[in-house]
Design a protein around this ligand. Structure first.
Ligand code: PLP
Length: 280
């Protein structure tokens, strides 16, 4: 695949920011974002929104960072280090979503600013453990998604946000239209969890054109952090100046390679891994 360029040693690489939750098991969240960003040659800045207590078996709890501290992390990074693109992951609560939306508008992150924003509307872990208070779904719909250059829900998140149960191509298109109507500039409906096909097809919609991105399905239970990895790879490509469709094409292939390189960890679901990049 065409990899993103690496800055020569000792020179400043492209920077990106993830605003998300940590994963003590090191597979998803900020840890997955940082690994993909580093291995795409991008310096990862982080604004921690929540600390999760989790391993490969599940999430047993989380602690929310005060909203003003989340916003301050964003503010100081943007004003000093400068970033080419940003993403949100686990934001946990309405108060954090509102603080993040306010600071993004203030510093020019989001579809109306100069820094593109990928919104991964994280709601629950693959084990079904909640990562977002149910009461925050309205804020996801009305405050967060309207800021998105790209929104990247999985099928469970699509159902929670739009009420649409995606079972086939027609319902995937309906869902993409609903997400676009909520205010995202581009919407991706990830078909990776539609188990009926031997291909994993993601649908991208900009209000006008539907574009499909597909890769062979990899049958593995070790897919923890797959959604974060896709969104982080989109961010890396956008920070390198890619268009959204080109960024999604890059991220789809990146994630496929990371799924192929996933490994067992603990007794539950192992992580997707970008470490294959060290071999090329
Ligand atoms: N933990 C954190 C902090 C996350 O951000 C995410 C997903 O974005 C998860 C867990 C869940 O990852 P998965 O659905 O791959 O288990």
């Amino acid at each position: 695949m065409n990899l993103l360029p690496l800055a020569p040693n000792g020179t400043t690489p492209v920077r990106a920011l993830t605003i998300a939750g940590t994963d003590s098991g090191g597979g998803a969240g900020i840890q997955a974002d940082s690994r993909t960003m580093a291995l795409c040659g991008v310096h990862a800045c982080v604004a921690v929104a929540a600390v999760t207590v989790q391993n490969s078996v599940g999430v047993s709890g989380f602690h929310e960072i005060p909203p003003s501290i989340v916003a301050d992390q964003v503010r100081v990074v943007v004003s000093d280090i400068g970033i080419g693109a940003a993403k949100t992951g686990m934001l946990a609560s309405t108060a954090i979503i509102e603080a993040v939306a306010d600071v993004c508008a203030e510093v020019g992150i989001g579809r109306n600013g100069s820094v593109p924003l990928v919104v991964d509307p994280v709601a629950a872990s693959m084990h079904g453990d909640p990562l977002l208070h149910e009461s925050a779904l309205d804020a996801v719909r009305n405050t967060l998604i309207p800021l998105a250059t790209v929104v990247t829900p999985n099928l469970d998140e699509v159902r929670l946000i739009t009420g649409i149960e995606v079972v086939d191509d027609a319902t995937a298109r309906q869902a993409a239209q609903a997400l676009h109507k909520l205010g995202a500039q581009w919407a991706i409906v990830k078909g990776g969890h539609l188990r009926s096909s031997d291909r994993s097809v993601d649908l991208l919609f900009d209000g006008d054109t539907f574009t499909e991105f597909d890769a062979p399905r990899i049958a593995t239970g070790n897919d923890h952090g797959g959604g974060d990895t896709l969104a982080a790879a989109i961010v890396c490509a956008l920070a390198n100046g890619y268009t959204v469709p080109d960024a999604v094409a890059f991220a789809k292939e990146w994630t496929y390679r990371c799924l192929a390189a996933s490994y067992d960890l603990g007794a539950g679901h192992g992580p997707v891994s970008p470490l294959w990049r060290l071999e090329s």
